[in-house]
Design a protein around this ligand. Structure first.
Ligand code: CTP
Ligand code: CA
Length: 228
């Protein structure tokens, strides 16, 4: 059977990809967010569709146009992303969590805009933990043989931290980026190592996000159970 980019090796499969970054509201006009552009997740959605998959893209504040032929679900917060991910994962052959999920959210949401008052110091913002969506899906595996993929951006001890994170999350593959000088958020190109829970370590050289996406789908396809 032919494999790789340009071959329909995901035909008959349903894949779920999350992209972008969650925003955790403080009040109707403010949020805690992050710098994820969503480009890597959108590249994953486009390349999976090109390889024949039915694709559900869970898009968190990416601000990118919906890719053709992809079911897009727009979400805002980590809690909304979790709900959409658990729903979509139910019949998915693979789940790829490329979104940057906020680890914390404000404990309370002010229904009216927070106003400053003369002579008063600002109140501290109390935070609570968000659910870990990747760990929950990895532990639950709603569909037998489902392949679960996580992402990690690390600044130091990239491979050691990646290995530890892979084990902690319980996923099958972890795509680890080193965050540094030319590797800025929002860039068109990326460099990564794809770590497998089976001990594999697959470096992907600096290049377009589509190329990394195709290497990730290669790793997913090689782990999928045969189709009935
Ligand atoms: N992730 C998730 N839910 C969260 C946090 C992270 O599903 N609440 C997923 C991300 O989508 C990513 C992977 O977990 O695929 C790793 O995210 P990362 O932030 O690197 O992991 P954390 O466990 O939050 O570790 P750290 O303390 O380094 O941020
Ligand atoms: Ca985190």
């Amino acid at each position: 059977l032919a494999r790789g980019a340009g071959t329909p090796d995901l035909t008959g499969r349903h894949v779920v990809v999350s992209a972008g970054g969650t925003r955790e509201p403080l009040d109707p006009v403010r949020f805690l967010g992050n710098r994820s552009s969503g480009k890597q997740g959108y590249a994953l959605a486009r390349t999976a569709a090109a390889r024949g998959a039915r694709v559900t893209l869970l898009s968190a504040n990416a601000g990118l146009p919906d890719p053709a032929g992809v079911d897009v679900v727009h979400v805002g917060t980590a809690v909304q992303l979790r709900e959409a991910a658990l729903k979509a994962a139910g019949d998915a052959d693979a789940v790829v969590m490329a979104a940057a999920v906020a680890d914390f959210r404000p404990e309370t949401y002010a229904t009216g805009k927070i106003k400053k008052k003369d002579g008063e110091e600002p109140a501290p913002i109390a935070l609570v933990r968000n659910p870990d969506i990747l760990a929950e899906i990895s532990a639950g595996r709603p569909r037998p043989g489902q392949v679960v993929v996580g992402f990690a951006a690390e600044t130091d001890d990239v491979l050691a931290n990646g290995r530890a994170k892979l084990a902690r999350k319980g996923c099958d593959l972890l795509v680890v980026n080193e965050v540094g000088e030319r590797k800025t958020f929002g860039a068109e190109e990326n460099e990564a190592v794809i770590l497998g829970s089976d001990g594999t370590e697959n470096p992907v050289p600096y290049g377009p996000k589509e190329a990394l996406a195709d290497r990730i789908w290669d790793a997913v396809v090689s782990r999928l159970p045969h189709q009935e």
